[in-house]
Design a protein around this ligand. Sequence first.
Ligand code: ADP
Ligand code: MG
Ligand code: ZN
Length: 474
Amino acid sequence: MFEVVIGLEVHVQLNTKTKLFCSCPTSFNHKQNTNTCPTCLALPGALPVLNKEVLHKSVMFGTAVDAAINQTSYFDRKSYFYPDSPSAYQITQLYTPVVEHGKLRIDFEDGSHKVVRINRAHIEADAGKNIHDGAISKVDLNRAGTPLLEIVSEPDLRNAEEVTLYLKKLHSIIRYLDIGDANMQEGSFRVDVNVSIRPKGDEKLYTRVEIKNINSFRFIQKAIEVEVQRQSDAWEDGVYEKEIVQETRLFDQVRQETRSMRGKEEAADYRYFPEPDLLKAVITDEMMKEFSVIPELPDEKMERFVRDYGMNEYNASVLTSAVEMAHYFESMMEEGISTKNALTWLTVELLARFKGEVNISNSPVDAKKLALLVKRIEDGTISGKAAKEVLDSLMEKGGDVDSTIESLGLKQVSDTGALEAICDTVIAANADKVAEYKNGKEQLFGFFVGQVMKASKGSANPATVNEILKVKLG
Ligand code: ADP
Ligand code: MG
Ligand code: ZN
């Protein structure tokens, strides 16, 4: 009877070398308050200068989501007082953002898809961090002035599944473009969820509640669930008008409820006005040409994997959802191994050997090494079973493929002379079976292969053994 309406605001920290309006580094592993200067400390008289790299990365994003780029955009000042903001205002883009009217496609498991509209993506400066330490609070301004791209969707999402698909796709695009780390836990991909309900069939939008800074997919799902419940309960109890007000709420992970944070200030309270210390941001045609060059995106890569490597869509989507995985796979394929083997050894064997979270970029076995291991199976040097042992050892101890095969003594015997001798011994020891075989009991062939493998302690190359036995048994 109710329809859920959700719109998302995602703050992505752009991975530029320096801050938005000054040349302080953006890296966070430094001692508190050392990556600061008069500009990001908002000392009187210091003036901001726009970082061109921020425009570049914003345009890349806009291009990736098929958006309109405003080649002239403006900055606005949003006043609010909070200890982690030394200027007592935030520089943002309210009226003319750099990116507008984009779209992002999400794909459902049943093969259908939906296009979610992106209202805008604008540039703004991040605040510092408050550190609460017992009775005292400290402020670290290393993050103050770091560039954010805030990506605002239209209220097109209808449930938690769509929200998750949208966020995963957005995350994937940011990583493909390499414009941000987009790490939810570390706060470089922060999601605010706007939720309302309305009677099914109704077109108008009802009062929305904004749930702030939920730092995992699981909590986002849960927050939506409990907030929708709260709103529909209020509706059914006839207290909707009174209880559901436009406000910012926090999700309490422990009590599994949303809680009012503060009444949502009217936009006027922020006293927005054009930022007087900055010029308009102009992207010349020449800059546009340069900034709008973007790498292959997840959807295109997936289609190409299906087309070029002949794999199914499921496998292609597993490989292309994270850019690191896609690059790893392609790097393996450059070594001329089969698609099937590359897929298995990457997605089944290698991934299973990760303890905890998979981070393919830190894999102890890189793509070239894994491809060489596969090659050693394909050229008959080792069996698939032996390769698993080799991979275990490479994961644990490092080392290179060939010397590990050597030191573990796993090389298959493909030397025909040695194998012929073993075959002869087996044939001589089983004269009765040989007679039966020659009289037409052809299923005995497997028995001979098995005996030879056993005699070689598993080291014989089965393909070679097959060939030799075929000749010798006639
Ligand atoms: P603010 O900065 O005040 O939060 P924005 O316009 O930047 O406002 O963001 C509003 C977000 O809320 C957008 O993602 C939009 O899609 C979403 N939204 C607007 N109205 C509704 C509604 N009735 N229900 C759910 N989401 C909404
Ligand atoms: Mg908001
Ligand atoms: Zn600075």
